[in-house]
Design a protein. Structure first.
Length: 148
């Protein structure tokens, strides 16, 4: 039972890049005083569409441009923000395919990213954000079922 009513929505967009070796790209990012393991992506800015946000966030976080993308999952449950409990988080996840030959690189400008992790899909893995955990489980199940 919620004790409060959310005052606003926080819209987030994330990219799921699965390599030919069936590894998914994760990033270690410092948010506030804590470091989180998460999928690359971030917040929708006012006046921006979801796909434009994904392309911008992906370019900012990985340095790569996207050639193709496909919707994978949208949050279908109530999730208050871990950083502001008066916000409800809605996250959109897309499978992404960067232009061939590109590799993720942390930009030389000041960034909160610490490192990238290529996580094998055949192994269980931990991500820190609640909606990311749902998506990680979905990816694991889809990999085991041969749907990726």
């Amino acid at each position: 039972m919620r004790l409060y009513k959310p005052e606003s929505f926080n819209l987030r967009v994330y990219g799921l890049w699965i390599t030919d070796a069936y590894e998914v790209l994760l990033c270690e990012e410092k948010i506030g005083a804590r470091t989180y393991i998460k999928f690359p992506g971030g917040g929708l800015e006012f006046g921006e569409g979801i796909l434009d946000c994904l392309k911008r966030e992906w370019r900012e976080e990985t340095g790569m441009t996207l050639e193709r993308l496909s919707h994978y999952y949208t949050t279908d449950f109530f999730q208050p923000s871990a950083f502001n409990p008066r916000q409800q988080v809605l996250s959109f996840y897309y499978r992404v395919w960067p232009h061939p030959g590109q590799q993720p690189a942390i930009n030389s400008k000041e960034t909160t990213l610490r490192r990238f992790i290529l996580q094998p899909l055949g192994e269980s893995f931990n991500v820190d954000l609640p909606i990311d955990r749902v998506v990680a489980q979905m990816l694991t199940e889809d990999f085991k079922a041969g749907r990726l």
